[in-house]
Write a protein that binds this ligand. Structure first.
Ligand SMILES: Nc1ncnc2c1ncn2[C@@H]1O[C@H](COP(=O)(O)OP(=O)(O)OP(=O)(O)O)[C@@H](O)[C@H]1O
Length: 271
């Protein structure tokens, strides 16, 4: 469904993404993880056409992404990203309806089916009660859920999400990730929380310094050795008692002996 073929992004002397080859099959959820600055968002931006790669090819089904019109690619790829902002003072209902734009012609308005689709997405993302509110008045998590609803109603074959759980409380994180486990959806998602990634993803791809260093089912990829090597963190990996998914437990390392702290001066002891 989605295939990145030796995708590279170079800016000046820097290689942000290095010959990345990765496929996401129809109905699959693939997670992209890696340290800060490892190239995850950059790779994703090439998929939703915010950035033109300097090398390699993005295939959407049988078609090369760069040959599609913007309307065609908006029907094929829906994105929920850090760039999905809504600076205009639309209502929640209006913002969600914007997700249908790639399917409308000219000034065509939404039909009954489309309005029902929007209502359903708002219900699933728990924002129906906010329908008439201006998006600029929403909290960060509420706004993130509105943008997720907008991406869902786009009914694109492929959904790409960049840290979609940003701003969400744990109930809404779990609910949003649950929505991704829909056989109708093909998903490429950037996640920082490796435990949530293990719970939701069929496969996990690990980027380090722009290069793919591991890809496979969570239990094969999320080993203590990989987490130490890529993230520089000691983790204990245990199977989830109910699902068997790998879960990582972290302990804070002892504080390194830095310079001596200034001694606490108590009142009345000024020299
Ligand atoms: N236009 C640019 N020019 C130079 N460097 C850039 C440019 N855009 C991004 N970078 C750098 O490329 C690297 C990869 O950035 P990217 O946003 O893809 O990382 P990321 O893996 O998504 O990180 P994070 O986990 O912090 O969101 C970073 O070091 C970033 O500073």
């Amino acid at each position: 469904m989605l295939r990145l073929d030796a995708l590279s992004v170079e800016v000046g002397d820097a290689t942000l993404v290095r010959a990345l080859s990765l496929a996401v099959g129809a109905g699959e959820v693939v997670g992209l993880v890696g340290p800060n600055g490892s190239g995850k968002s950059t790779a994703l931006r090439c998929v939703y056409r915010a950035l033109r790669p300097t090398g390699g090819t993005v295939w959407l089904g049988e078609r090369e992404l760069s040959t599609l019109s913007l309307r065609e690619s908006a029907r094929g790829v829906a994105a929920l990203t850090q760039e999905s902002g809504t600076e205009m003072d639309f209502t929640v209902e209006e913002v969600v309806a914007l997700g249908r734009t790639p399917h409308l012609r000219g000034n065509q308005t939404l039909g009954a089916r489309e309005r029902a689709l929007c209502r359903d997405a708002m219900r699933r993302l728990d924002v129906a009660h906010l329908a008439d509110r201006g998006v600029l008045t929403l909290s960060g998590g509420e706004r993130q859920r509105v943008l997720a609803a907008r991406a869902l109603v786009q009914e694109a074959g492929l959904l790409v999400l960049d840290e979609p759980t940003n701003h969400l409380d744990i109930r809404h994180q779990v609910a949003l990730l649950r929505l991704l486990r829909d056989p109708e959806l093909t998903v490429l998602v950037v996640l920082h929380d490796l435990n949530l990634a293990a719970a939701v993803c069929d496969r996990i791809a690990v980027l380090d310094a722009g290069a793919l260093v591991a890809v496979g089912p969570p239990a094969e990829v999320l080993t203590a050795e990989l987490v130490e090597r890529v993230f520089g963190v000691a983790a204990t990996v245990v199977p989830h008692p109910l699902t068997g998914d790998p879960q990582l437990l972290y302990t804070l390392p002892p504080e390194s002996p830095g310079p001596p702290r200034p001694t606490h001066r108590t009142r009345g002891t000024r020299p």
